[in-house]
Design a protein around this ligand. Structure first.
Ligand code: ZN
Length: 302
């Protein structure tokens, strides 16, 4: 409980001194929500106009090079405070409040130095975060799978039990539901294929971080790496629950679906990242929030 209090107090301190973040967190409480069934998972849609900044972000190499990195310490607003976190082998992170939240207590955990987004050798840091802050789920967007700063390594965090995919995976593990099909094991870790929502969803559960990491990197090595990329397109969630590590890996075929680029009635200004692929779809445009159908959303995550 103490550890939860550290973050809650930190978020409270931050919001009391940063008006922009405070207003965005307050707006979160009145956001319109809809629910839908996508491939057997009850998902939520959140109308969140403040997220336009992220959904429509320009992410080409030139665009990224032309802007000041908002995760680098020297470019952060003077109001932004942090908690330090020590990763393995001297890696240093700064825990920050996300000023454009999707969740209450929405965190960004930025590497202390400017270095590109990559899960290589950093997955275990995510597990350490999860063990230290046990009321939170940490997530990772691959550099081409929803990260709005692909040039500066970061994780995100939010309180547990807000993400529909995580909650259904927990239910399946407890009930031994065959929706989770075991496909491999390694020492004290098991790998499952989750047979709902979309095709490439896998779950790792493990007693130790070491076995979880071995199994995770083995899974990663099985997936295709698109030309020009250094890792498969993934969204990843890690958390610690009921005395064990749990990770959910969602393999993506692309970041933005054809709907993003369409000028027609099927246009969607949505750029799915972890929240969306966990079942909290962020819709920044009101008209799209009102007219989006189950079919369109299913196509987007396929
Ligand atoms: Zn940076």
């Amino acid at each position: 409980m103490m550890k939860m209090d550290v973050i809650s107090k930190f978020v409270g301190d931050q919001l009391s001194r940063w008006t922009l973040a405070c207003n965005n967190f307050r707006a979160l409480k009145n956001m319109k929500i809809k629910t839908m069934d996508i491939g057997g998972l009850q998902v939520k849609l959140q109308f969140n106009p403040a997220r336009m900044i992220s959904s429509a972000a320009k992410l080409t190499k030139e665009d990224i090079a032309a802007r000041k990195c908002f995760l680098c310490r020297e470019n952060r607003p003077s109001e932004q405070i942090m908690i330090k976190f020590e990763g393995r082998k001297g890696k240093k992170y700064h825990i920050l409040v996300n000023p454009y939240p999707i969740f209450p207590d929405h965190l960004v955990i930025a590497m202390a130095t400017h270095t590109e987004q990559s899960i290589w050798k950093r997955y275990v840091d995510m597990l350490d975060l999860a063990k230290k802050y046990q009321k939170y789920t940490f997530f990772y967007n691959g550099p081409r799978s929803g990260a709005s700063a692909p040039d500066h390594h970061h994780f995100q965090g939010a309180p547990q039990e807000l993400i529909p995919l995580e909650m259904d995976v927990d239910r399946c593990l407890t009930m031994k539901d065959p929706v989770l099909e075991q496909v491999a094991s390694l020492q004290d870790a098991e790998l499952y294929h989750y047979r709902r929502f979309t095709t490439g969803v896998f779950v790792v559960r493990s007693d130790t971080a070491k076995s979880a990491a071995k199994l995770f990197y083995r899974l990663r090595d099985c997936a295709d790496i698109p030309e020009g990329e250094k890792e498969p397109l993934i969204n990843l969630f890690s958390y610690y629950k009921d005395g064990e590590f749990r990770s959910i890996v969602v393999f993506r075929s692309r970041h933005r679906s054809h709907h993003y680029f369409s000028d027609g009635p099927d246009h969607l200004t949505m750029s799915p990242g972890c929240a969306d692929m966990g079942g909290v779809f962020i819709v920044p445009v009101q008209k799209e929030f009102e007219t989006i159908t189950q079919e369109l959303l299913s196509e987007m995550v396929a």
